[in-house]
Design a binder for this molecule. Structure first.
Ligand code: IDP
Length: 157
């Protein structure tokens, strides 16, 4: 075990969202992620409770679609992962594409797999601060592994 915390800017957080249509594409989505140069630092399948989804999406609490987002995100398991790469947040937002898949560029995950904004297949953190917060919402430092296979100790981010 080493005593280094993962440095901000070197990782992002993602979820593959619930639903049969996403479950059948988990393998292909993970392949797109690793082929784009991201290393998986942590990963698990988990079903969010309502309270957890409300907290995770609290920045949308005043939006008319908030309850639908919470309902959908708790409707089945998600695949949660921390992804490591230089410039991870920005590069991953590029890889997933625009929130509305109709506006997503060719070659992005949402363009390839998403049918609509409310079921847009993947989440990706939108800032380094949020990546750190979202990663620790799901994973302890003992569940995050560096490229040598050691987990982080977790002082500071
Ligand atoms: P992002 O996922 O691309 O970062 P956010 O604005 O943070 O986009 O919204 C979070 C999630 O809320 C989106 O991924 C999408 O599932 C849902 N969402 C955003 N805007 C709408 C909308 O106008 N209608 C329905 N759902 C929406």
């Amino acid at each position: 075990m080493n005593n280094y915390a993962p440095k901000k800017g070197t990782f992002t957080f993602t979820m593959i969202k619930p639903g049969e249509e996403n479950q059948e594409n988990i393998g292909e989505i993970l392949t797109m992620i690793t082929e784009a140069g991201f290393r998986i630092q942590s990963m698990k399948m988990i079903r969010l409770r309502t309270k957890q989804a409300e907290i995770f999406y609290r920045h949308l609490a005043d939006k008319p679609f908030f309850n639908d987002v919470v309902k959908y995100m708790t409707s089945g398991p998600v695949v949660a992962a921390v992804l490591e790469k230089d410039n991870a947040v920005v590069d991953y937002r590029k890889l997933i594409g625009a929130t509305n898949p109709e506006e997503a560029e060719e070659g992005t995950i949402r363009k390839r797999f998403a049918k609509s904004t409310d079921r847009n297949v993947v989440h990706g953190s939108d800032s380094d601060d949020n990546a750190a917060e979202e990663a620790s919402f799901f994973f302890s430092m003992g569940e995050r592994f560096n490229s040598k296979g050691f987990c982080f100790f977790g002082w500071g981010q």
